[in-house]
Design a protein around this ligand. Sequence first.
Ligand code: NAP
Length: 434
Amino acid sequence: MTVTVAIIGSGPGGFYAATALTKEIEDCRVDVIDRLPTPYGLIRAGVAPDHQSMKKVSARFEKTAQDPRVRFLGNVEVDRDLTLAELRSMYDAVVIATGAPIDRRLGIPGEELEGVFGSAEFVGWYNAHPDQRELAPSLESGTLVVIGAGNVALDVARMVAKTGDEVRVTDMAHYAVDEIDVTPIKDIYIYARRGPLQAAFTHKEVQEFGHLERAIPLVDPAVLPPEDIDLTSKGRGNQEKNIALLRGYAVNTGDEKPVKIHIAFYAMPLEILGDDGRVTGIRMERTELLDDGSCVGTGETFDLPCNVVVSCIGTESTVLEGAPFDEKRNRFVNADGKIDDGLFASGWARRGPTGTIGTNHPDGVAVANMVMELTPDPAKTGPDALDALLNERGVRVVTFDDWKRLEAAEEEAASHGAPRRKFTSIDEMLDRLG
Ligand code: NAP
C-alpha cells in the first residue's frame, strides 16, 4: 500500500529525506512543500554566491524532484495556507525540515539601530532571498564589524571584501553586486569572543582570505598560540591548519592591499553605539578564556567607530503550531528524528543549526527508516487531499516544472559569466509564470 509523506522545507534537510524515502520505499508518494517558489533552501539562499561548487548537490535533488513519486509544491506556507494538523490528517508521515532561518539576537543595547543586521538577513540580502531584498544595508561608509567566528562570519566578510568583478561572476543578487562594487569599506573587523584555537570557522574558508583581489587579512601575532604547541593529535587537524594560516596572515602589514580584514580574538560586544537612530560604533570588552573553554569579560573595554555591524552568531528555527519546540536546544523536540507518531524532523529542525550540507544526509536516511516501519492508512490520500485543499483556498502552487521555467529565465538573463541572474521577489516570479 502507498505510504504518503509530506516534507515541509525543500532545503538539504528536506531533499535528503525525499531522496532517502524514494530509495528505501518503492510504493511512496512524497510531497516537498516550500513557502518560496524556489527549491533548495540554503543551497540557493545561504551558501555563499562564490561557492558555486557547493551548490552542485542541487543536481542530485533535482533528480529526486523529477521522480514520478515526488512533487515540489512551492509558494505554499504552513501556518499561512494550511496547518500542520491538516497535513498530518492527510499524510501518513510529515517531516519538518524548516531549517533555522531567524537570526539569534546579541541581546545588547543598540541592536535595534539602523545599520545593524543579523547574518540570515545580510546573507539573504546578497543571495536575493525575497524576504531580504528591501534590506538595503548602506555599505557607503568605511568600517564593517562582523561579530562571530563561524563560517558565516567569514562568508559575510569575504563577500563585502571582494571587488565588483569578483562578485559579478557569481549569482549574487544584482543589487548587491552594484553596492559592493562601489563600497568604500576599507576595514572589516571579524570579532571572535574566544581564541584562535576555539574558532568555529574552518581552514578552507580562512584560506580564501589569502586570495582576494583588493583585501588582505591581518592578525595580531600576540593572540596566536605558542609556536611549539602540538596540534598534531587526532581531531585537531582543522585547528592546526587554521593556526598555520593565521600565522601567515600575522606577518601582513596592511599596506599590501586597500581593504584590511582584521581577524580579531578575545573580544565581545557590549553595546552598539549610535546617533540619530544609526550605528556609529561598537563598544567591545576584552575577554579571557576559562579552563572549561568558555570566556568571560575582563572589564577592559574599547570603542571602535563603524557604520555597519553584522552579527553572525547563529540562527534559530521557526516554530510551527502543533510541534513541540525545545527553546534551549534550538530545535524541535525529537528523539533521533522522531517528534511524534507520524511526525519527524530532519536537518537543522532536528539537530539545531550546525554542520555542512552533507551532514543532513544521515537525517534523511533516518527518517526513511522510520517511515518504512509505518502502516499506511488508506484514508490518508496525501497529494489528492492536499490538492483539493489548496485549490479550495486559492493557493497558487509553483510546481517543479514552473521552477524549471524560472531557472531557465534566470540562466538566460545572466551576464559576465554569472551562472544566473536571480529573481529577487515572489511577485516577479509569479508574474513570470503567468
Ligand atoms: P557557528 O559556526 O555556530 O558560529 C557562531 C559564532 O558566533 C561562533 O564563533 C560563536 O562563538 C559566536 N557567538 C555566538 N554567540 C555569540 C555572542 N553572544 N557574542 C559573540 N559571539 C557569539 O554558526 P554559523 O557561522 O552561523 O554557521 C552555522 C553552520 O553552518 C556551521 O556548522 C557552519 O560551519 C556551517 N557553514 C558552513 C559553511 C561552509 O562549509 N563553507 C558556510 C557557512 C556555514 P563561540 O564559539 O564562542 O560560541
